[in-house]
Design a protein around this ligand. Structure first.
Ligand code: APR
Length: 258
């Protein structure tokens, strides 16, 4: 690794070590090395198929039976997405964040990914701001259930607790982020003085607001991404490379420098 990249890595590691409350924000780029395509940029699902309609949630509410039939037998881009998700396993990037958490350095990971890979890797402090594809959520009482615990013989499936309508826990376009998760994300963003921003284009709100809030409050941003993003100009540290390559190196330097 050439000297400037090594220096950048050391400066980022030192920044993480001197920070009081470090959190992470991750996006689809974290899971690219697990075989799941990103949404935007080169090879992105939306790049190839076009952005989906922005009123997914209104469509669900208008006809939950049809929405569930499509969910249980997806076609086109959604079929590709769900197939790659179900085959995916955590990669070195996910495992590096687990290590940072076990070192007591990483306090929380806010992820936009619905692929459950942070949990599968062993991360404990995970906030899934766009939901989790392995869970089903009641739109009335916001209770969540493992997908395999729900019977889809009758559609739409109903909540065993309040008889409300059940939908996938994944947040549809146009759907408000569930208040329990959103509240926790804002709490963590308020506490943080350093955020590791890995594998996200930082274009979708409210998730993209968190790094801006932290930076405006004088906190540091460490970006890990092979390409420039909307956030790059705000970042104190920019590490160009893939999450699976760069995040383990950050852990290595953090261990060596602490
Ligand atoms: N490692 C790190 N970053 C990568 C890698 C990699 N191997 N490969 C690609 N990237 C970067 C891309 O350069 C891009 O900046 O990951 C980012 C992926 O951006 P998006 O596809 O826009 O994904 P994300 O930011 O998570 O999208 C946010 O948009 O469509 C909605 O709900 C969906 O949660 C998603 C949200």
């Amino acid at each position: 690794m050439e000297s400037s990249a090594a220096d950048d890595l050391d400066r980022a590691a030192e920044c993480i070590l001197r920070s009081r409350h470090v959190i992470a924000l991750t996006g689809a780029g974290l899971s690219v090395e697990s075989g799941i395509p990103p949404f935007r940029g080169p090879g992105g699902i939306w790049t190839r198929y076009g952005e989906p309609p922005m009123d997914g949630y209104q469509r669900f509410l208008a006809d939950p039976v049809k929405a569930w039939e499509e969910r249980l037998d997806p076609s086109g881009p959604m079929r590709e997405l769900w197939e790659t998700l179900s085959a995916a396993r955590p990669n070195a990037g996910h495992r590096a964040l687990v290590e940072l958490e076990e070192l007591g350095i990483l306090r929380c990971t806010i992820t936009q990914n619905v692929d459950d890979l942070h949990r599968a890797a062993g991360s404990r402090a995970v906030l899934e701001i766009h939901g989790n594809a392995t869970l089903i959520r009641c739109i009335q009482c916001v209770e969540r259930f493992p997908r395999k615990a729900i019977d889809f013989a009758t559609l739409p499936p109903r909540c065993p607790l309040c008889d409300g309508i059940l939908k996938s826990d994944t947040v549809a376009f146009g759907e408000p982020i569930p208040p329990d998760v959103l509240g926790r994300c804002f709490e963590e963003a308020e506490l943080a003085d350093c955020m590791l921003v890995a594998g996200t284009s930082a274009t979708v709100y409210p998730a993209a607001q968190f790094p801006i809030t932290i930076q405006e409050r004088g906190g540091d941003l460490v970006e890990v991404n092979p390409y420039e993003t909307e956030l790059t100009a705000l970042c104190q540290h920019t590490l160009r490379g893939t999450a699976g390559e760069v995040l383990p190196r950050i852990v290595e330097r953090v261990r060596a420098l602490r």
